[in-house]
Design a protein around this ligand. Structure first.
Ligand SMILES: Cc1cc2nc3c(=O)[nH]c(=O)nc-3n(C[C@H](O)[C@H](O)[C@H](O)COP(=O)(O)O)c2cc1C
Length: 181
């Protein structure tokens, strides 16, 4: 294995295991994630790579009033699915209108979401990156205060795990890694 000559941060095995063992959870215990732990997770988000240091991510932690409005916007068929996790965070990217920058800022925000999911997993919390249709509608966006200039990227579900989901099948390395001459 290639080992860089410079100091490595943390345990390589530890981070490899963390990446491999993170799972999408769809069943959560009832206890909300305490605000100080939410802050710990979201503080890590800002270390995600972002070109020109635009810090494009926004995370809105939903309180009861926002939840009520989002459920109303979702309608009776979809609303119960918003109750699966005790803590919900809307992740979005602030767009500038410049197409290249916007593409990079969406990528940066996706990286930040992944950092939050990994950080949650490292603390024994369950996470779920969900993109419910309601947050692509005006009513849903209004319910959570998403302004026109932000792209919705994910409704992060957080809480305590209630199951141990098996890993979905992954495409083997050989199917997506290409060595060019
Ligand atoms: C951008 C994005 C959007 C997603 N949206 C949904 C969703 O709306 N519903 C859902 O069940 N899973 C959603 N997922 C989770 C994936 O289905 C999940 O990551 C995949 O099944 C692999 O499982 P794992 O996360 O346990 O490795 C989303 C994941 C990403 C990256």
């Amino acid at each position: 294995m290639f080992l860089p000559p410079l100091t490595r941060v943390g345990g390589l095995t530890e981070i490899s295991n963390l990446i491999r063992s993170r799972r999408t959870h769809k069943s959560f215990g009832p206890d909300p994630v305490p605000p100080d732990v939410i802050d710990e997770l979201l503080e890590l988000a800002r270390w995600a790579p972002n070109h020109h240091r635009t810090n494009p991510w926004r995370f809105r932690v939903l309180g009861p009033e926002a939840m009520k409005q989002l459920k109303e916007a979702a309608g009776p068929a979809e609303a119960p699915k918003l109750e699966r996790a005790p803590t919900l965070v809307v992740a979005s990217a602030v767009l500038s209108g410049d197409l290249e920058q916007d593409e990079e800022d969406v990528c940066a925000t996706a990286s930040a979401i992944y950092a939050v999911l990994l950080a949650a997993h490292a603390r024994g919390l369950a996470g779920y990156w969900r993109t419910p249709h309601v947050l692509r509608t005006k009513a849903g966006r209004d319910a959570v205060g998403l302004p026109d200039g932000e792209r919705f990227l994910g409704l992060i579900h957080l809480g305590t795990p209630r199951s141990d989901p098996p890993p979905p099948e992954r495409a083997p390395l050989e199917t997506y890694r290409l060595f060019l001459p």
